[in-house]
Ligand binder design. Sequence first.
Ligand SMILES: *[C@@H]1O[C@H](CO)[C@@H](O)[C@H](O)[C@H]1NC(C)=O
Ligand SMILES: *[C@@H]1O[C@H](CO)[C@@H](O)[C@H](O)[C@H]1NC(C)=O
Ligand SMILES: *[C@@H]1O[C@H](CO)[C@@H](O)[C@H](O)[C@H]1NC(C)=O
Ligand SMILES: *[C@@H]1O[C@H](CO)[C@@H](O)[C@H](O)[C@H]1NC(C)=O
Length: 410
Amino acid sequence: MEKTKLKLLIKDETFLQHPFVLTLVLVFGLVMMDPFHLGPLSAHEFRPVKHDIAPYHKVMKNWPRDNMSRLALYGKSEFNNQVFGPESLEFDNMGRGPYTGLADGRVVRWMGEELGWETFAVVTSNWTEKLCFRGNDSTTAKQWKHEKTCGRPLGLRFDKESGDLYIADAYYGLLVVGPNGGLATSLATHVEGKPILFANDLDIHRNGSIFFTDTSKRYNRVAHFFILLEGEATGRLLRYDPPTKTTHVVLDGLAFPNGVQFSEDQSFLLFTETTNCRLMKFWLEGPRSGSVELLADLPGFPDNVRMNGKGQFWVAIDCCRTPAQEVLSHNPWLRNIYFRLPIRMSLLARTMGMRMYTVISLLNDKGEVLEVLEDREGEVMQLVSEVREEQGKLWIGTVAHNHIATLSYP
Ligand SMILES: *[C@@H]1O[C@H](CO)[C@@H](O)[C@H](O)[C@H]1NC(C)=O
Ligand SMILES: *[C@@H]1O[C@H](CO)[C@@H](O)[C@H](O)[C@H]1NC(C)=O
Ligand SMILES: *[C@@H]1O[C@H](CO)[C@@H](O)[C@H](O)[C@H]1NC(C)=O
Ligand SMILES: *[C@@H]1O[C@H](CO)[C@@H](O)[C@H](O)[C@H]1NC(C)=O
């Protein structure tokens, strides 16, 4: 053990207050150096930092629970084994859809029972069926080494007037494709001379500017778990201005910025910060213009946020955070030890009490919770990524499974 860490360990009061932390250190201190590179991080340069997460008990005490697990009760799993990791769901100005981006790199659209799903767009001319199409396996590790070439479309938004579809792709940045689809045109791959490493979601301002998230300067999508483990905050909110074809940094230093959504009057936008389990508000107009404030602390890890027809916001949440996570977030040195243990990552997560399930929630512009729907056992949805309210239904996407969930709503 390094001397600085020992000193820190003795000075740190949290350490004394948590006996289980002490036990962990004593038992596992030996393997900290991971001499055989057996840990899940192996030779990776792991730099955990302290990050700012609201107290577990405070958040969970106030969070309304859906103890009937109504999403599982009334929800339906649809399109099984027809869509592979449908992250974002979108509808065009003729009401057709959903359109969705898949783990195999395509954007597809649903054309009704008769025609089924058809390929609508790809993000790179290098996309070939032979290289990229892996069917059900697209959402498994088999796709990882091909993602960079094939693309991974995440956020989707139509410009309702022009009918153009804007795409935030995890590897190809910001792109646009016309109403007839085909090969998308690249709009932004770099900002301030450096590549955009992990474009994630976007929304369109009425003046044509596109606001989009770049989740990290250090890790791409395949490595996104490290962003959570490190607590690193190198993510940004970016803006692309079509008249000048230039991209600008709007906000920097964000911890896993993910979904983006303008308010109805576009006086502010919301974005999720996945690592810190929260929904943030960024003011674009009025006296607070340019400032960021907390809208709501969430019970788990949020992905996309989408507005319904009433100006309210659906947030997709992978639930739940744990008390152990709070201790780890305040003690980066502990994560340095813990995640170097020569144990499988999934087992480490389970030991931390991270049994994930799905929560979707509707909030208003003041951050008040209007609705909470849970799927405790992951029966109709796991690893939820987006909720869209459209055509009297909720359409629910996932980044890692091969179906879409729907639920009649309201
Ligand atoms: C369900 O939750 C409500 C509050 O959200 C609580 O009053 C009620 O007792 C709970 N029911 C059960 C069966 O746990
Ligand atoms: C396609 O692949 C070639 C060869 O690997 C590469 O040089 C080129 O940059 C790729 N094109 C795109 C649009 O990624
Ligand atoms: C996916 O898996 C299902 C069930 O195992 C199978 O019926 C289907 O043909 C598979 N689809 C593809 C495209 O691989
Ligand atoms: C559009 O409005 C946003 C928010 O006020 C502003 O940041 C951006 O520069 C505007 N874009 C153009 C092209 O005027």
